[in-house]
Design a protein around this ligand. Structure first.
Ligand code: A2R
Length: 313
């Protein structure tokens, strides 16, 4: 199996490459933005900006992958509020340019579009855990762009008989994630405090939101299984199946801190709208692939803390 990963220099890309190459022994070709760095032995890496459709066509013709995993995105909710136009450009215009370039090929590679649990948005209590066929009520710009990407994927699958499936990935965490995301942010602060670089006060935003967290290493296993077993035109939730509050995660992080730390709510970290609970129903993924999450959250937190302890030295 030869796969192309578009947007491989981000957080998920590296884990995905390692799993596909080392565990599954697939041939992996990857793309990154020209200004990004990505060098992995055994992986041919191309520069690609998905906002430039001509270079996508050339690349696809050269590589002729069996499957394409489309990771490239503006992936931060916080940044989507600050820069909505950029988020819409990359996540909607960029995705349609990827799909439309694939449409022009004279064969039909399998395509996995990576969406988000955020697409469900304002989930009613009786809708949780949320199923794939639930109404989407996106609560932020990022979520709206990913909901749109999902719809475009379905339209292209139906209209052009393309082999497209989508995931809605719920929060995934692990070492090397940018500190724009909550667990990386908290763990980095703890590591900086332990190293004496910050006073012993951890700054937090809204702690009451409940989210469905998985280890990124479990998430990439699910993507590979869906490439092999997923049904064309379908959407699959990828999550742990149980939401926990940010407050609970914070407690688990503080339990692993080497020093006592106070917690302080910082108004700058509160988002304009926060969806109170997002929890995945993962029955469809389980039934299709047999996937189960394997890495407990305490282990992920240990690994993320150790990553930041090594990074802040
Ligand atoms: O924004 P940057 O400079 O970190 O680059 C990101 C890259 N990217 C692009 N690639 C090609 N053409 C573009 N116009 C473009 N704009 C941004 O996509 C980054 O290297 C990559 C996405 O990686 P992350 O932001 O780290 O996302 P992550 O956590 O790997 O998530 C993968 C997928 C995304 O579609 C998320 O929205 C979804 O999973 O949850």
């Amino acid at each position: 199996m030869k796969v192309l990963i578009i947007g491989a220099a981000g957080f998920v890309g590296n884990y995905l490459i390692q799993h596909l190459m080392n565990d599954l022994h697939w041939t992996v070709v990857a793309t990154k933005l020209p200004q990004e760095k990505l060098s992995i032995e055994g992986v041919v890496v191309y520069d690609l900006d998905i906002l430039n459709p001509e270079s996508i066509c050339d690349l696809l013709t050269d590589i002729r992958p069996d499957a394409i995993l489309h990771l490239a995105a503006q992936s931060s909710v916080a940044l989507s509020w600050k820069n909505p136009a950029l988020t819409i450009d990359i996540n909607i215009k960029g995705s349609i340019q990827v799909l439309d370039s694939i449409r022009t090929l004279n064969y039909k590679p399998r395509i996995l579009l990576i969406g988000s649990g955020e697409e469900y948005g304002h989930i009613l209590p009786e809708e949780s855990p949320i199923k794939e066929n639930n109404l989407l009520r996106p609560g932020n710009i990022y979520a709206a762009t990913k909901a749109c990407q999902n719809m475009l994927g379905k339209i292209y699958a139906d209209a052009y008989q393309m082999d497209i499936l989508s995931v809605r990935a719920f929060n995934h965490i692990g070492p090397n994630q940018a500190p724009l995301f909550v667990v990386a942010d908290f763990c980095r602060q703890v590591a900086q405090i332990e190293a004496g670089l910050l006073p012993p006060v951890l700054h937090v935003g809204n702690l009451s939101a409940a989210r469905d967290f998985s280890d990124v290493r479990d998430v990439v296993r699910a993507y590979a299984l869906l490439i092999q077993h997923g049904v064309s035109g379908e959407t699959y939730n990828v999550g742990n199946g149980h939401a926990i509050t940010i407050e609970h995660i914070l407690q688990k992080i503080l339990e692993q801190s080497a020093v006592p730390i106070q917690v302080q709510v910082d108004p700058n970290r509160l988002r304009p709208i926060d969806v109170p609970i997002i929890e995945a129903d993962i029955t469809k993924l389980r039934q299709c692939t047999g996937w189960e999450p394997e890495i407990p959250i305490e282990q992920t937190i240990t690994d993320v803390l150790n990553y930041w302890r090594a990074s802040v030295k």
